[in-house]
Write a protein of this length. Structure first.
Length: 338
């Protein structure tokens, strides 16, 4: 399935905008600040159900009361999302819902300039990246993550109450334990799959004999729900003092290892970019295999961050996908729609 067109109304700085997409490569050209990334954001909302960078109130064009985005696939299927400062509504096949169902989501590979700095990023940035990847890969992961984050928010809110009774946090402990174990198990599984081809994919880009892997660091390896629950209860008094939950998968990290050393500090700028390209290629391959759907590739101004060798590598690896690229300049092997 391919995107045929996307229409935006009162979305970010776009009062009205329409993009007709090619089945191969579509290039959106424009200066920084003109709203190129907003087009990719709109596509992401209509394929994943939410933005990758903001909440709905931040998206509405200034001095307007709503936004509307419409996406049409080459099959004729249309998905519409609207937000009126009260609620976001998705409309698919004349049915209205508050959330985009998994049935109507479509896999996306999103490549942002900030991803090229992922190796040196903070643990929270690593988690955000892999959470987004694994949520596309697995509805079970996405559901567990949403439930976990809800429970974490509520538990932390209660911990700030000076009159809190320990029994009040128990239901949230149970929810954290159940979904924390699911997230931990799936993270271990998916990282193992990534590492099976991480080095070989990296070598195909860098053309050398370096070794690369992603190391999953967690406080909760292979815990049962009861063990997880017991540790939450054991840390209750400590958490009351700290006023936040000090134990759990929300503290996990994903570290890049380069030739058996942390890549942050040992890999050069070029080597770091090759590591991230390898990760993106693996992401696309695993998603295509797991979901039996060829993901659509959204590249947000990443070509300006890559040298010619890595640009060509990116184009060649995604040549059999629908690719939508934003850029401030034209480049070889792409055709402009904007």
């Amino acid at each position: 399935m391919l995107i045929k067109s996307i229409k935006l109304t009162n979305f970010r700085n776009h009062k009205s905008y329409e993009l007709n997409c090619k089945p191969t490569t579509t290039l959106i050209l424009g200066e920084n600040g003109c709203g190129k990334t907003s087009v990719l954001e709109a596509i992401y909302i209509l394929t994943q159900g939410k933005s990758f960078r903001a909440t709905d109130p931040d998206i509405i064009k200034r001095d307007t009361d709503y936004y509307l985005i419409e996406l049409e696939y080459d099959t004729g299927e249309k998905i519409v999302a609207s937000y009126d400062k009260k609620a976001k509504i998705f409309k698919v096949e004349d049915k209205k819902t508050r959330r985009l169902s998994n049935k109507h989501k479509y896999p996306i590979i999103l490549f942002l300039p900030s991803d090229l700095n992922l190796v040196s990023g903070a643990p929270s940035r690593h988690r955000d990246y892999f959470d987004r990847f694994f949520s596309v890969l697995s509805p079970e992961y996405q559901t567990a993550l949403n439930k976990y984050n809800k429970a974490l928010l509520q538990r932390n809110k209660l911990l700030k109450d000076e009159y809190l009774n320990e029994a009040a946090v128990f239901p949230w402990n149970v929810m954290l334990s159940k979904n924390g174990v699911i997230l931990n198990n799936l993270r271990q599984k998916f990282i193992e799959e990534i590492n099976q081809t991480m080095t070989s994919t990296y070598r195909s880009i860098a053309e050398n004999d370096d070794e690369v892997e992603v190391k999953y660091s967690t406080e909760t390896p292979n815990l049962t729900e009861n063990e997880y629950l017991n540790l939450l209860e054991k840390n209750y008094e400590k958490d009351r003092i700290l006023t936040h939950t000090s134990f759990g998968v929300h503290r996990d990290d994903f570290e890049f290892i380069f030739n058996k050393k942390p890549a942050d500090g040992s890999a050069s700028r070029g080597e770091t970019r090759s590591i991230i390209l390898a990760l993106k290629f693996i992401e696309a391959k695993i998603i295509a295999e797991k979901l039996n759907k060829k993901p659509i590739i959204l590249l947000d101004d990443v070509f300006s961050e890559l040298d010619n060798k890595r640009r060509k590598c990116l184009i060649n690896n995604f040549k059999n996908h629908q690719v939508i690229i934003t850029s401030v300049e034209k480049f070889t092997n792409s055709r402009s729609n904007h």
